[in-house]
Every structure is written in C-alpha cells, then in structure tokens.
Write a protein that binds this ligand. Structure first.
Ligand SMILES: NC(=O)c1ccc[n+]([C@@H]2O[C@H](COP(=O)([O-])OP(=O)(O)OC[C@H]3O[C@@H](n4cnc5c(N)ncnc54)[C@H](OP(=O)(O)O)[C@@H]3O)[C@@H](O)[C@H]2O)c1
Length: 336
C-alpha cells in the first residue's frame, strides 16, 4: 500500500487503515482458525499493520491468534489491545474492572497470550464507573514507565473523561464506535480529541457489516452478538435499509481504480472525510474474516465523496432507528 502512515496522538504512527481482529474469534458467526490467521498475514502483507484486539475477544483466544502472527512479524505491526471487560462477548460480560490491581494483572496476561514484551497501544476498553478515570490512567501510566506498554488509549469515553485522563498521561487515541449510522461521538468527544491532539480510531466503521448491505438481521445466528443491539432488531433493521440504500447509491456514482466503488469503501471514505472535517487523525479498523475484503477496504483511501453525496448520507443517517447499545451507560453517549 502506498498511502502514508498516520500519526495519532503522543507520536504513535500507524498504517492509515487498521485491522479489527475481533470477529476472527466467534462473535459475528463461526470462524475457521487457519483462515483467520491467513487473513491476518494478508492484512500485514497489504500494509494494514495497525492490528486491534482485546483480552476479552474469544475469552483470550483472539490475542493468542494475533500472537501466532507476532511470532514471525512483531516488528511489522503496531499492536493494540484492551483491558477492562470481564467475561466473553459470545457468552456475555460479567463485570468491568478499572482498578489498579486489575490493570497490573491484565497487562501481564495479555503480554503472555500475545507472546510479546510490549504492547504499542493499550486501551481501557470500558469505564469502570466505581473507579475515577484518573486512577485507572495512573495505573496505565505505570505500565508505560515499566516498558510493558508504549502508548495509552481509551475506548468509549466522554469528552470530560478524556480531558481528565489527558491530565494524567498523554492519550494517543480514543477508540469509539463511529460510522455513518453512529454519529453521537461527533457532538463532544471528537471535538475534544481534536483539541487535545488525540487521534481517533473508529470501531465498527462498517456498522458491524450492516452498512455494506450484506447483513440480513433476520438470519443472525443464535450466538451472534448483533442480536443484542437494538438497531439490529428486525423491525429497526427493516427501517434502517434506508441508510444501506443511500450508501449503495453513493457507491454506484463512484469508481476506485477504474472499478465501481463498493458500499464498504464509501463507509470508510466517509470516516476519513470526517477526520478532515473535524481536523484530527482518524484511522478506522474494519474487521473481516475474508482476505479478499482487505484490498477492497483499502480502496477507500483513494475515495473522496462530493458535498451532495455527504448531504444524502447525512439525511439517511438522521433517519436511523434504534440505539447502538442495549445498555446506555455501556457507551459514552449514555454518560454525556
Ligand atoms: N472498543 C470497542 O468496544 C469495540 C467494539 C466493537 C468492535 N471493536 C473493534 O473494531 C473492529 C471492527 O468492528 P466490527 O468488527 O464490530 O465491525 P465492522 O468493521 O464495522 O464490520 C465488520 C463486518 O463487516 C463485514 N465486512 C468487512 N469488510 C467488508 C466488505 N468489504 N464488504 C462487506 N462486508 C464486509 C465483515 O464480515 P466478514 O467477516 O464476513 O468479511 C464483518 O461481519 C473489531 O474487529 C474490533 O477490533 C471495538
């Protein structure tokens, strides 16, 4: 890939598109572990070297899978993982921990599973509302001093939480849901990150696949996490076909390398454009189990949407039905 690397906050440089590893262990359906490892290798071969995982994904097996890649390619990768959620995404979360003792234990367990001695970007995955955020970030800062972690990140924080945390230690990135159909972060946390020099890593940039038009909400498997999300409920998902149609219409008007653009490319290019609009580095981390989608998603880096197309997508986004989380305090929006 020829596109230039991007500097997030705190001097952390990453590939301009990242890879979300979550669904390489079951959460949106079954996965073949050999194919998952091959997809990771193909991502790195294609220049998608900013890899995202978390201790909770696959109950630890996702970090172990990434560890398989790192055995051979640690130096080629910017490695991000997260702590704080307790349980398993497929079976349900049982707790959130942000106390110092937990942070200290969690990093050692992640390092062991990943088979590396340093994590490039270590995120607090969710706020433990029993612990002041400064206490959690103080514990994370000690990991930087100990050389276990290079940079700190925060997932699903409010603007106020980000400001408090930044007083303790520089924050390289906020990772929160942000896409054409999830724009609540634009109100407060994105402008706050821009003001503080913090980069933004939008998760679920393809709307957990929905924006690509390939997800039939009525056919999700019994252990598919999306069944828990209100906007994927069948009646909401039916209404939300409007946003899918708008993305497809925009894609049909554009080309990438002489080929018709795809909905996934439009969704990612839209986010890159929002980064330019808000004046901060934005590095989306789309996830896929299928190697051929890596090159497709990279095509977004060459795509710029017109003002009329942006307006059409704004209107479609305004009509989206259903929240992005069943538990409002689970995401930053519910605590603003
Ligand atoms: N911080 C957090 O709390 C949090 C929460 C959620 C996710 N994340 C991170 O963000 C990453 C990405 O989010 P996500 O996986 O939830 O959602 P996403 O990237 O928005 O969408 C992933 C889905 O889109 C499909 N897909 C990918 N490329 C496609 C393409 N070109 N055309 C059609 N479909 C395509 C994938 O299906 P196939 O596998 O079949 O290709 C997959 O089901 C995760 O992997 C994880 O690392 C973080």
């Amino acid at each position: 890939m020829t596109a230039a690397p991007v500097q997030l906050g705190d001097g952390l440089t990453v590939s301009p598109l990242g890879f979300g590893g979550m669904a390489l262990t079951p959460v949106y359906g079954e996965v073949d572990p050999a194919e998952a490892l091959k997809t990771l290798h193909d991502a790195v071969d294609a220049g998608v070297t900013f890899l995202d995982t978390a201790d909770i994904y696959g109950g630890g097996s996702n970090e172990e899978l990434i560890g398989q890649l790192l055995k051979e390619r640690r130096d080629e990768v910017q490695l991000a993982t997260k702590f704080g959620l307790v349980g398993n995404p497929a079976a349900g979360y049982t707790d959130i921990r942000g106390d110092a003792a937990y942070v200290e234990q969690a990093v050692d367990r992640s390092l062991q599973r990943l088979g590396t001695d340093t994590i490039d970007l270590y995120y607090m995955h969710r706020r433990d509302l029993r612990v002041p955020i400064v206490e959690t970030v103080e514990a994370m800062a000690k990991l930087v001093q100990a050389g276990k972690v290079r940079h700190l990140g925060l997932s699903e924080v409010t603007a106020e939480e980000l400001r408090d945390a930044s007083k303790v230690h520089p924050i390289a990135a906020v990772q929160s849901e942000w896409s054409i159909w999830s724009r609540d972060v634009e109100r407060n946390v994105v402008p706050a990150a821009a003001g503080l020099g913090v980069g933004f890593v939008p998760y679920s940039p393809l709307g957990r696949g929905f924006l690509t038009g390939t997800v039939d909400a009525s056919k999700l498997g019994s252990n598919d996490f999306r069944r828990n999300i209100p906007r994927f409920a069948q009646s909401a998902a039916a209404s939300n076909q409007g946003v899918v149609a708008a993305v497809k219409t925009v894609a049909a008007e554009l080309t990438v390398s002489g080929q018709p653009a795809t909905p996934a490319q439009v969704a990612l290019a839209w986010l890159l454009g929002q980064g330019r609009k808000f004046g901060l580095p934005v590095v989306p981390i789309p996830g896929t189990r299928k190697a051929d989608r890596i090159d497709e998603n990279l095509g977004a880096l060459a795509l710029v949407l017109t003002p009329a197309q942006l307006e059409a997508l704004d209107a479609a986004a305004d009509a989206v039905v259903g929240s992005r989380s069943a538990d409002p305090t689970w995401v930053s929006e519910g605590r603003e």
